[in-house]
Design a protein around this ligand. Structure first.
Ligand code: NAD
Length: 250
């Protein structure tokens, strides 16, 4: 089935070979979308796009740079003619105890995970308004809901919780324009962000808290983004979808 036939999707932070962004791009492409991959490095973004096929493009875009977001989205609109889907996926983490967070660490984590969502959404929303439709899906984390994840520090938790509020505010403001905005809150997903950072012992301990008894894979999250990007979710906005194996059942 081609859930995204004719749609153009922009995905930030999607060049990382084992990351959630590229897995999402791959799934979107398989479902008929043309995908614009944004990441820090142009060559990496282009290579990632090429791996999906000729219809896709890669762009260098640091989401913390407002001008870069504006310029990149303008280029994408020129080259693809439209934007139907934005996945705000770019993110970084840092393990830290609260008392050890310094100004630079706070700024770095908040800038990429939260400010980046604002800047890229601000760049895309006028085009979606013009089209009178669009779907924006934002990457949050179980860390936002639990007040700390497994690896991210309190600043990461705060940033990802900020994403939930920002996305809900965008959902309220732009619903009138036919634009939906939702979030995904993954639990522990195996990617480079945590590769090699979890001991076997820690892993076993984590699994006791996960009813499905396994860590998540990138396609588990990509599937939720596919649903939110497609018209299957046409009456869903301001929602938060947990993708955590049941870690947060209460
Ligand atoms: P990853 O490190 O493989 O991917 C992150 C990507 O973002 C990288 O390609 C990186 O180059 C890019 N990036 C970093 N800073 C950027 C910037 N300023 N501008 C543009 N791109 C930038 O990790 P991942 O696990 O695939 O993470 C993807 C998203 O999922 C992140 O937002 C992360 O916080 C979130 N998340 C991950 C997990 C997990 O367990 N892996 C759980 C919950 C949420």
């Amino acid at each position: 089935t081609h859930l995204l036939d004719g749609k153009v999707a922009v995905i930030s932070g999607a060049a990382s070979p084992r990351g959630i962004g590229l897995a999402t791009a791959r799934m979107f492409a398989r479902h008929g979308a043309r995908v614009a991959i944004l990441d820090l490095n142009e060559a990496d973004a282009s290579a990632a796009a090429a791996s999906l096929g000729a219809a896709h493009r890669g762009y260098a875009c640091d989401v913390t740079d407002r001008d870069a977001c504006q310029a990149t989205i303008e280029r994408i609109v020129r080259e693809f003619d439209r934007i139907d889907v934005l996945v705000n996926n770019a993110g970084i983490t840092q393990p830290a105890k609260l008392l050890d967070i310094d100004a630079a660490g706070w700024d770095r984590i908040l800038d990429v995970n939260l400010r980046g969502v604002l800047y890229l959404s601000q760049a895309v929303l006028p085009q979606m308004k013009k089209q009178r439709s669009g779907s924006i899906a934002c990457m949050s984390s179980v860390s936002a809901q639990r007040g700390g994840g497994i690896l991210g520090g309190p600043h990461y938790s705060a940033a990802k919780a900020g994403v939930l509020g920002l996305a809900k505010a965008m959902a309220r403001e732009f619903g009138i324009d036919g634009i939906r905005v939702n979030c995904v809150t993954p639990g522990l997903i195996q990617t480079d962000i945590n590769a090699g950072k979890i001991s076997d012992e820690k892993r076993a301990e984590i699994l006791t808290g996960i009813p499905l008894n396994r860590l998540g894979g990138v396609d588990d999250v990509a599937g939720a983004f596919l649903f939110l990007a497609s018209d299957l979710s046409s009456y869903i906005t301001g929602a938060v979808i947990d993708v955590n194996g049941g870690m947060l059942i209460h």
